[in-house]
Design a protein. Structure first.
Length: 307
């Protein structure tokens, strides 16, 4: 087979490795190099770095809408295009170029959590499980029929980063299974997505990371998990803005007003919420690094219960 792979972030690297295992990837498409780091110099995407290391030609068009970019893709004569977190919309004309169309590796059990941030939204919503779907792409946003899927439980302690890594590996496995069937002449049977149960995983916004103490503590604890390692939850704690890397929900807030410090010990700093309380276990002060609640309290000797 002649496979063209399109992807950009770290999530897609495992799938690229799976697709390239039999030396069938003839080209990789990834987004243009973007400014990064303190110096804001142009940095290649993780997928580009992997492709270059493997000696695979890399193409980085700003989009795939113009005829020149589409003609370039046609010239590659792809049997299949594999798309994993590419970040660019594929026009209908592009979807029709490969012989077997375009396959997408998506990190949810469709039709739940279509869209940009399915991993974090699943944690935030308190879902018991998630998974990966291998989908035949069509013009709609993650609306295409499913070829293969595999479920994965979400552990109560899973952060967005931990679940990301698990699903990246699971996605590579599901893709490898699909490619194995296609090589054997047994293209997976498409299963249309159910009409019921459609939800959208909207892109993460840094403004969402600001915790509102009037909300339910369990929901805030899930947000802390989901937004780790980015954008990291933050809140006001006794007059200081802190980032919160680890927290757990408690059932009782003792009837205190939301935002009140109701406990401060080595185990954590307890903040009353609209319902229950949130125990902060790992925090980060402005300009500092992530530290335990015990270390934070050593630096904030003014902090007392009821402060």
């Amino acid at each position: 087979m002649r496979i063209v792979f399109a992807g950009t972030p770290e999530f897609a690297v495992s799938s690229l490795r799976a697709a390239a295992r039999h030396h069938e990837v003839v080209a990789v498409y990834t987004q243009p190099d973007r400014p990064a780091g303190r110096g804001r110099g142009l940095a290649p995407s993780p997928v580009k770095l992997e492709a270059v290391a493997r000696g695979i030609p890399v193409f980085q068009p700003e989009n795939l809408k113009d005829e020149a970019a589409q003609q370039q893709l046609r010239a590659l004569q792809p049997d299949l295009m594999v798309v994993v977190a590419y970040g660019l919309i594929l026009p209908r004309a592009v979807l029709a170029i490969p012989t077997h169309g375009c396959w997408n590796v998506h990190a949810s059990l469709l039709p739940r959590w279509r869209g940009a941030a399915p991993i974090q939204r699943a944690i935030q919503a308190g879902d018991a499980q998630t998974g990966v779907c291998l989908m035949q792409m069509e013009a709609g946003l993650d609306t295409g029929p499913v070829l293969l899927q595999q479920a994965l439980p979400i552990l109560p302690t899973d952060t967005g980063g931990q679940l990301h890594d698990k699903l990246a590996e699971l996605g590579a496995q599901v893709l490898a299974d699909g490619l194995g069937l296609l090589r054997a002449g047994l293209k997976p049977v498409v299963q249309p997505q159910p009409v019921e149960g459609v939800t959208y995983a909207h892109k993460l916004d840094k403004a969402e990371a600001r915790l509102d103490w009037s909300r339910d503590a369990a929901a805030l604890a899930r947000t802390v998990l989901a937004f780790n390692p980015w954008p990291i939850a933050e809140a006001q704690l006794a007059g200081e803005r802190v980032r919160i890397h680890g927290a757990v929900a408690l059932e009782n807030n003792g009837g205190h007003a939301p935002g009140t410090v109701i406990g401060a010990a080595r185990e954590g700093i307890d903040i009353a919420c609209g319902q229950g309380a949130l125990r902060l276990r790992v925090l980060q002060r402005e300009g500092g690094k992530a530290i335990t609640a015990a270390d934070y309290l050593n630096a904030r000797r003014d902090l007392r219960v009821g402060a």
